[in-house]
Design a protein around this ligand. Structure first.
Ligand code: O7E
Length: 220
């Protein structure tokens, strides 16, 4: 995945036409579109190929099963045209290895959730986040998911993984995180949903956040 705007759109709408319209409006401001359960359950898996016309697609199914089931899920997702998949790391190394094995057959990427952005993410997942980051590194994942709502945690996780893995970071805007803060903390991409797709003008909202990130990276 190329790093230009450093922003990923979380397209959590449930209407096909609306999804396609937003993608058409904002594609130039995002490096990828994240598609998850809300949109796929509402419209079907074919939406992945339709949206792939606009940007690379990250399939957010937070895969969390035994190795064999993970393999079957990843196979379906990559057959559907996704460029990357998001999986959970708490299920352990063998489950993660199964996802990475299928992804490498398709030459696609795996992102591993290390810590979640909502308040409950600090309950069970945060204590395991650093160990999850280490197994993701050893297993050969492409990147980690770390919370924009806690830039200090992004900084800590970046220290553990160095430059060997990328970090994508949800929680900007509606959940209280600030894009420039989390990019400064070491995230490669921020993930933004409601602040864009619920805005009166998704295009203007995306443009504004992209500009904030650009200014941070240029030290303005
Ligand atoms: O709050 P929003 O509307 O900007 O949307 C954030 C998106 O990121 C939404 O799709 C949500 O499911 C996802 N997300 C989090 O908000 N927090 C997490 O910890 C993890 C994710 C996620 O996407 O995981 C994989 C990146």
């Amino acid at each position: 995945m190329e790093r230009n705007t450093c922003m990923i759109l979380a397209l959590d709408v449930t209407d096909r036409e609306e999804a396609l319209k937003i993608a058409e409006d904002v594609w130039e401001f995002v490096d990828a579109i994240k598609v998850g359960y809300p949109l796929v359950l509402a419209t079907g898996l074919d939406i992945i190929r339709e949206l792939a016309e606009f940007a690379p697609i990250i399939a957010d199914f937070k895969v969390a099963d035994i190795p064999n089931t993970n393999r079957l899920i990843c196979d379906q997702v990559f057959e559907a045209g996704a460029d990357a998949i998001i999986v959970q790391g708490f299920t352990g190394r063998d489950s993660l290895d199964a996802c990475i094995e299928i992804a490498s057959e398709y030459r696609k990427d795996v992102f591993v959730v290390s810590e979640m952005s909502h308040p409950g993410g600090a309950e069970f997942l945060q204590p395991a986040a650093e160990a999850i980051a280490k197994i993701a590194l050893e297993a050969g994942a492409f990147g980690l998911v770390a919370p924009a709502t806690r830039p200090e945690r992004v900084k800590k996780i970046r220290k553990i993984i160095g430059d060997k893995l990328t970090i994508i970071s949800p929680g900007v805007g509606a959940q209280g995180g600030k894009a420039s803060d989390v990019i400064a903390a070491g995230a490669d991409w921020v993930i933004v949903g409601r602040s864009i797709y619920k805005a009166e003008s998704p295009k203007e909202a995306a443009c504004e956040i992209a500009e904030e990130i650009r200014a941070e990276l240029c030290g303005e």
